[in-house]
Design a protein around this ligand. Sequence first.
Ligand code: AMP
Length: 189
Amino acid sequence: MLNIVLFGPPGAGKGTQSSFLVESYGLVHLSTGDIFRTNIKGGTELGKMAQSFMDQGQLVPDDVTIRMLESEVNQHSDAGGFIFDGFPRTTAQAEALDVFLNERGTPISCMLSLDVEEEELKARLLNRAKTSGRPDDANPAVIQKRIDVYNAETAPVASHYATQGKFTGVDGMGSVEEITDRLRMAIPA
Ligand code: AMP
């Protein structure tokens, strides 16, 4: 089973690249941001709770996010593997994911971390706002907050996987196709 953590700051291209990798490798794509947005659209209690954090560019609390992710994994018992996109975003989430997947005998295979310059991230998010309809992409102050939260709380998750020998950095600058090729080369055979 191939379980990939696709990692990187907001606007790094995780969602875009996930759709290519899903096709090539037959994986299930789990984006916690997408799942929260589906809940917001559906007006669920989870969505209402998550929205207040998302609108401010802050992380949704770990306990809720971990429970939601585990429930999604459990709903795909026949999956050949997963791409985790936007999860784990804290060391506590990474530790919980390790315990959960190890119990299932399907640990993380690798973390691929997209490396993109901050100015490029901001430009990509503002551009995406034109079509995404996401309020958190349209507001420069919220974008800055998301990048700051990434640097403070999420970036340390890379060392969690580096310690396990599972971390690979991938240049996330360039065309979508170039970046897909680099990711393919980094995925273990
Ligand atoms: P994304 O779609 O990955 O950019 O996530 C959008 C927003 O959803 C983030 O800014 C957070 O507020 C929330 N979110 C998504 N994934 C997580 C996570 N793993 N932990 C906490 N909050 C998350």
